[in-house]
Design a protein around this ligand. Sequence first.
Ligand SMILES: Cc1cc2nc3c(=O)[nH]c(=O)nc-3n(C[C@H](O)[C@H](O)[C@H](O)COP(=O)(O)OP(=O)(O)OC[C@H]3O[C@@H](n4cnc5c(N)ncnc54)[C@H](O)[C@@H]3O)c2cc1C
Length: 295
Amino acid sequence: MITSQMADAVRAAGGEIRLGAEVASVRLDDRRRASGVVLASGEEIEATIVCSNADPKRTARLAPEEAWSPEFLQDIELLPSNGPVVKVNCALSGLPRFRGLGNGSEAGPEHRGMIVVAPSIDYLEDACRAAAEGRPADPMFCEAWIQTTTEPELAPEGKHTLSVFAQYAPYDLAEGTWDERRDEIGDIVLGTLERYAPGLTDLVEDRLVLGPPDLEARFGLTGGNIFHGEILPDWLFDKRPSAGWHRHRTPLPGLYMCGSGTHPGGGVCGAPGRNASRAVIEDLVAAGDPFPGQA
Ligand SMILES: Cc1cc2nc3c(=O)[nH]c(=O)nc-3n(C[C@H](O)[C@H](O)[C@H](O)COP(=O)(O)OP(=O)(O)OC[C@H]3O[C@@H](n4cnc5c(N)ncnc54)[C@H](O)[C@@H]3O)c2cc1C
């Protein structure tokens, strides 16, 4: 909803949005200034300003290594990027019933809000430690939503959607691969919820389990990290994504970063994009050309 309204605003202002247009590289002129992009299809698009909301590691790979400053590249490489999230999206044949709550046939408050399984700090620490040791947590820390209780049009009458955001599972499993263990890990996630909603797993008609390597492959997130890099003290404020490069400019003039890997970080907040647009406007005004191409 919000993104489609933002897209409408871009189009209304004369902008064009192209989907499925993978950028293979950022074009640089002979002064190392970004002058456009080259798509994977081979098409070249000229531009005065290039803004990338791909994660910092992906953005860094869009220009030749020798074009960057070594310190910048080193910081980007060190940004911890392996994510610990498993996403499980389910189609349910009916509404789950939670122990001691409601009658299971009508949606109650327990279905409409965010369902969180995080009973204690020790529980969370155990879950986190498991992933640090290369194992999927069992049980998991789960956050879940049944969207159809507030948006029934998302599923046929009487059916429901359930999406679970679970932590922690490592990108690199100590034993086996995600291809070998994806279903088992999906079972752990749903098994965790089953403890609170007995019979839930019998309601699952279909499901999609996405571990960190799947999030990486599907959404172009390095390491499957949902925030383009960990939100840790060493990588915040003036150090995100690289020391001294928190104002969305990069060592390559004309190339800006506007995604979650930049200050102030991830989440659906829009702040990196807003900050980056201000940096772009500031630079264009300073160059005396606030509206390039519209003279
Ligand atoms: C499963 C999941 C659950 C989440 N849950 C929440 C939540 O509950 N609350 C919250 O606040 N945040 C949540 N987030 C995080 C939130 O979605 C991100 O912080 C936010 O989307 C970041 O926006 P962004 O524009 O920086 O990057 P993204 O939305 O990641 O967009 C970057 C885009 O760049 C594209 N890209 C990469 N390389 C190229 C290339 N070479 N050419 C062209 N395009 C490229 C990617 O495909 C992607 O579409 C979640 C993320 C995930 C994955």
